[in-house]
Design a protein. Structure first.
Ligand code: NAD
Length: 260
């Protein structure tokens, strides 16, 4: 049954990049529950296919590397044919990398920037014309608290996430009032990316506890909590919000003396 809690989503076509797992998968599922037709764009086509199969016919899966310009062009065109003109976009695909500037190779830098930032530009560039033709559109770009603060040894990741804030603001300025564009900045979220990040750690529970303790909420986020913010920012409920970088971070770093 379609939920109308987030007006303006039902019957619309939404594209979610990196939609097969983690935050993206939660967005695909939640937007579909609000009645949107959702295109899940992901490198992992198999995971995207099984997600689509569990949700229903209003979700379609497309396998591609969203950092490749020609593939993004072809796929967005195919989405418009299959599901209708896209007027909602969630740029979410992302990868992490650990290294200081001196530990980061040209190839690693380029790959992080290509996936985490260039793909957001490429997808926006393909989808915006459909939004302009429709006279309405909304974009959410998934950044990170690391757009504003940095752990040690995540130089390229931090640079890519800070870039997303600038890109989001530029899109908001250039395409207002037809299109709204906002960035969201999650703290730690319980996803496969987090599991990969601690895969080689022997005492995973100790690391996770240390992580939870950094947040005022004393826990990390669930993907659904992020998906609900995404749905809000895509819906008519946020009709006067654009160009913002909205933190969904459990209050990390607010406490005086916090060691983050
Ligand atoms: P995840 O690794 O769990 O899922 C990411 C998805 O993106 C995967 O399905 C993967 O196959 C897909 N993907 C990766 N590269 C791709 C490419 N080139 N083309 C198409 N698909 C690609 O990650 P997540 O934790 O759900 O993160 C989603 C977004 O949220 C990322 O941008 C990440 O930087 C950001 N984020 C995550 C956290 C966190 O703690 N998990 C915190 C802040 C921000």
């Amino acid at each position: 049954m379609v939920n109308d809690a987030y007006p303006g989503l039902s019957g619309k076509t939404a594209i979610v990049t990196g939609g097969a797992k983690g935050i993206g998968a939660a967005c695909v599922q939640f937007l579909a529950e609000q009645g949107a037709n959702v295109a899940c764009l992901d490198l992992d086509k198999e995971a995207g296919n099984s997600l689509a199969a569990t949700i229903g016919p209003n979700v379609m899966s497309y396998g591609l590397d969203v950092s490749k310009s020609s593939l993004v062009h072809e796929t967005v065109k195919k989405v418009a044919e299959d599901l209708g003109s896209p007027t909602l976009l969630v740029n979410n695909a992302g990868i992490s990398h650990y290294g200081t500037v001196t530990e980061t190779t040209d190839q690693q830098w380029d790959r992080i920037l290509d996936v985490n930032l260039k793909s957001y530009f490429l997808c926006a560039r393909e989808v915006i014309p459909y939004m302009l033709s429709a006279g309405k559109g909304a974009i959410v770009n998934v950044a990170s608290v690391q757009s504003f603060m940095s752990q040690q040894r995540v130089a390229a990741y931090c640079a890519s996430k800070a870039g997303i804030i600038g890109l989001s603001r530029a899109i908001a300025v250039d395409h207002a009032p037809t299109i709204r564009c906002n960035a969201i900045c999650p703290g730690t979220v319980d996803t496969p990316m987090l599991a990969d990040a601690i895969a080689d750690v022997s005492d995973k529970e100790a690391i996770l506890q240390e992580c939870r303790d950094m947040y005022l909420m004393k826990r990390i986020a669930e993907p659904l909590e992020v998906a609900q913010l995404v749905a809000y920012l895509l819906s008519n409920l946020s009709s006067f919000i654009t160009g913002q970088a909205i933190r969904i971070d459990g209050g990390i770093g607010l406490e005086i003396g916090a060691s983050v």
